[in-house]
Design a protein around this ligand. Structure first.
Ligand SMILES: Cc1ncc(COP(=O)(O)O)c(C=O)c1O
Length: 453
């Protein structure tokens, strides 16, 4: 498979650390075998996340200089507001410092204990912010999402029959929240057809529809490829958001910035409550916790993210890494999503007991072998202990995510990553079982410490 050339050239470079195996061994010990505890100076290729790790363009760096740091009504806010209106079309919005701030503010207003939020699948901070309100999450993604070998083109879609059943249930969901693309399920897209049907159900049952739109541009690219080739990316984006009553966005992904978020709504009364909450907790709603220069970079980044040549390269780069792994027989979630390649651990290490934390062992192995940082999204991230029996309840999928930062790594970097993974796949005896020795009460994978057995 050919590698799509980068639709940019490189104007500035950042050296990456090259370490020895002995150094990496020491770093792993110090980090308690949790890659979140590794200093970035010890990481050669950092695929921990695509969030806030992208490279800005020269136009974005230039825009920083235009930042108007007025507390209220800054020109930079007006510029961001203009781009928001042109691209997404919401009458009311506030910037936020990142996605989870938008989640917290919105859920503080909309959710009460006992409420239910219907989703395809929520991101883990979204889940945690819903649960923090005493509310409950329903995951209604289609069954194909749980089959890593299914080639369904829109594996982020909502199961409409289950959604309707939920909307007829008691309590009726307070909110329907659809994540585009579905990060938790492998960066898989949601189709326009599915979103239209979800909208119709929300209308029928009188429930608001919100989008978690962190990767809305990548979702639009898949729609163009697989559903609506006659539409432009911008028209797809416009139509996607026209279906929603509001959206939350971590702008650290398809905003092409290192920090920032958005919270957009149609309803004036809801916006007024958001604005009051923002003043108390995040900042006046014309800056929302961002510097004026951040808003300038974001306004420019949102425009660059919907450029089709950029998206072809972006999605193509992820596909290239996926194809190299597939060609060598390495099991991954197929088809690859928009921002990451996910190793399918249950087929990568079919004989490993899950209590030996095979996903975490692979994440540790990738670092030990090649200085590559990836993240486990399996037992460590999601398994719970049954409160009565103490037995583990495992998530349906055991994954290791290799998230590709935007506009950062080249083909040679991805070839190196593929070589290390393929080598490890062929030599699983190099992997060592792990056990948890320290864990926080929630969002365990960020802060736990492990020991090798
Ligand atoms: C789908 C989705 N929603 C929300 C968030 C949270 O955003 P942030 O990290 O900006 O707080 C993320 C972050 O990865 C995400 O992927």
């Amino acid at each position: 498979m050919s590698y799509p050339f980068e639709p940019f050239k490189i104007k500035t470079v950042e050296p990456i650390p090259v370490t020895t195996r002995e150094e990496r061994e020491r770093y792993l010990q110090e980090a308690g075998f949790n890659v979140f505890n590794l200093p970035s100076r010890a990481v050669t290729i950092d695929l921990l996340t695509d969030s806030g790790t992208g490279a800005m363009s020269d136009a974005q760096w230039a825009a920083l200089m235009r930042g108007d740091e007025a507390y209220a009504g800054a020109r930079s806010y007006e510029r961001l507001a203009q781009v928001q209106r042109d691209l997404f079309g919401f009458p009311y919005f506030t910037p936020t410092h990142q996605g989870r701030a938008a989640e917290r503010v919105l859920f503080e207003i909309l959710l009460e204990p006992g409420d239910v939020v219907a989703t395809n699948q929520p991101f883990d901070t979204t889940h945690a912010n819903i649960v923090a309100r005493g509310a409950e999450v329903l995951e209604l993604v289609i069954e194909e999402a749980y089959d890593p070998t299914s080639h369904h083109p829109f594996k982020g879609n909502v199961d409409l029959a289950r959604l309707e059943e939920a909307l007829q249930g008691i309590p009726k969901p307070k909110l329907v929240l659809i994540t585009i693309t579905n990060n938790t399920g492998g960066g898989q897209p949601v189709s326009l057809e599915n979103l239209r049907a979800v909208r119709a159900l929300c209308d029928k049952y009188g429930v608001p529809l919100f989008l978690d739109a962190a990767r809305h541009a990548e979702n639009a690219y898949f729609i163009k490829e697989r559903e609506a080739p006659h539409m432009s990316i911008r028209d797809i984006v416009r139509e996607t958001f026209a279906l929603a009553d509001g959206m939350l966005m971590s702008a650290k992904k398809d905003g092409l910035v290192n920090i920032g978020g958005l919270l957009c709504v149609r309803d004036k009364a809801l916006y007024d409550r958001i604005a009051q909450n923002m003043v108390r907790t995040e900042g006046f709603p014309t800056y929302g916790g961002l510097a004026g220069r951040d808003m300038e970079a974001l306004a420019q980044g949102l425009l660059e993210a919907v450029d089709e040549a950029y998206l072809r390269y972006r999605v193509g780069q992820v596909r290239y890494l996926a194809q190299r792994l597939l060609d060598a027989g390495v099991p991954i979630i197929e088809p690859p999503g928009g921002h990451a390649v996910y190793l399918d651990v249950l087929r990568f290490l079919p004989d490993w007991p899950r209590e030996h934390l095979p996903g975490q062992a692979i994440a540790v192995g990738l670092y030990r072998e090649g200085g590559i940082r990836a993240v486990e999204l399996g037992t460590v991230a999601f398994a719970k202990k049954d409160p009565e029996t103490g037995a583990w309840i495992y998530p349906r999928m055991e994954l290791v995510r290799l998230a590709i930062p935007r506009r950062v790594y080249t083909q040679a970097h991805l070839d190196y990553v593929a070589d290390v993974i393929i080598d490890l796949y062929r030599h699983p005896e190099r992997l060592r079982p792990l056990r948890i020795v320290e864990e926080p009460p929630f969002l365990r994978h960020f802060l736990a410490r492990f020991a090798e057995m």
